[in-house]
Design a protein around this ligand. Structure first.
Ligand code: C5P
Length: 226
C-alpha cells in the first residue's frame, strides 16, 4: 500500500447504514469505493444461477477464483436469496482467500489515480486492511436494521414480511459473527457508531468527526520533525 494512501475501513452488520455512509464518504473525500459484500454476493449469485450449491466447497472455491465484477453485468444481487448464499460462501476460507487479493490491490492502487479508498464489509479493519488510516464499525439495533431492509425490499416485492426479514438478518448476523474464518467483529482500534437513533445526515456528521481527527493525526505523524 502506498504510505500516503488514505484507507477508510467501514465494517458492520447488514443494514447498519454502512453502505450509504461509505458511498457518501468516498464522494466527500474524493476516494474510490469498494462494496466488498458485492464480491461475496457475486460469487453466491453466479453459483445460484448455475444451479450449484453455495455449500459445495470445491465449486465455491472455483467460482471465487474465476470471479470478475464483469460477470455481474445486469445481475440482481440485492435479493434475500443472494444475501443468504453470500453469507454461506463467505464462511469458507477458500472463498475468502480467493477474494482477498482483489480487495487488497484495490486498496493499494485505487482506480483512476485516486488518493485512497473506502472499503466496506465485515473484516476490512481486522483482515483486509489492518493498517487502515481510520476504522469504523457501524451498528444499529437488529429491529431497526430489519425495518430499514424491509422497507427497501418492499419497494420491489410487497410479499416479504418484516418478520421474515428480521429472522433472515438474525440468522445472517449469527453466521457472519460466529464463523471461524474472518468473523465479523470490530477491530480493537475501530470507532463504534450506533446509527439506531441517527438519520443519515447525523450519522455522516458523526463519522466525519472521527475521520477528520484520524486524518489530522496521520498528517501530523507524516510531518518531518525539526
Ligand atoms: O454487506 P452485504 O450484506 O452485501 O454482504 C453480504 C454477505 O457477504 C454478508 O452477510 C457476509 O456474509 C459476506 N461478507 C463478508 N465479508 C465482507 C463483506 C461481506 O463475509 N467483507
Amino acid at each position: 500500500m502506498k504510505s500516503d494512501n488514505i484507507i477508510i475501513a467501514v465494517d458492520g452488520p447488514a443494514a447498519s447504514g454502512k453502505g450509504t455512509l461509505s458511498r457518501r464518504l468516498a464522494s466527500f473525500y474524493g476516494l474510490a469505493y469498494l462494496d466488498t459484500g458485492s464480491l461475496y454476493r457475486g460469487v453466491g449469485w453466479v453459483m445460484l444461477s448455475r444451479g450449484l450449491s453455495p455449500r459445495d466447497v470445491e465449486d465455491a472455491e472455483a467460482t471465487a477464483k474465476a470471479f470478475t465484477l464483469e460477470q455481474l453485468d445486469g445481475a440482481d444481487i440485492r435479493t434475500p436469496d443472494v444475501g443468504r448464499a453470500a453469507s454461506v460462501v463467505a464462511a469458507l476460507p477458500e472463498v475468502r482467500d480467493a477474494l482477498l487479493e482483489f480487495q487488497r490491490s484495490f486498496a493499494a492502487s485505487p482506480p483512476n489515480g485516486l488518493k485512497g479508498a473506502v472499503l466496506d464489509g465485515r473484516d476490512i479493519g481486522t483482515v483486509v486492511c489492518p493498517d487502515a488510516t481510520v476504522k469504523l464499525f457501524i451498528d444499529a439495533a437488529v429491529e431497526v436494521r430489519a425495518e430499514r431492509r424491509w422497507k427497501e425490499l418492499n419497494e420491489r416485492d410487497s410479499s416479504v414480511s418484516y418478520e421474515q426479514v428480521l429472522e433472515d438478518i438474525k440468522r445472517r448476523d449469527k453466521r457472519d459473527s460466529t464463523r471461524e474464518a474472518a468473523p465479523m467483529k470490530a477491530a480493537q482500534d475501530a470507532h463504534l457508531i450506533d446509527t439506531s437513533m441517527l438519520d443519515i445526515d447525523a450519522a455522516f456528521t458523526a463519522v466525519r468527526r472521527e475521520i477528520d481527527k484520524a486524518l489530522m493525526k496521520s498528517a501530523m505523524e507524516g510531518q518531518p520533525t525539526a
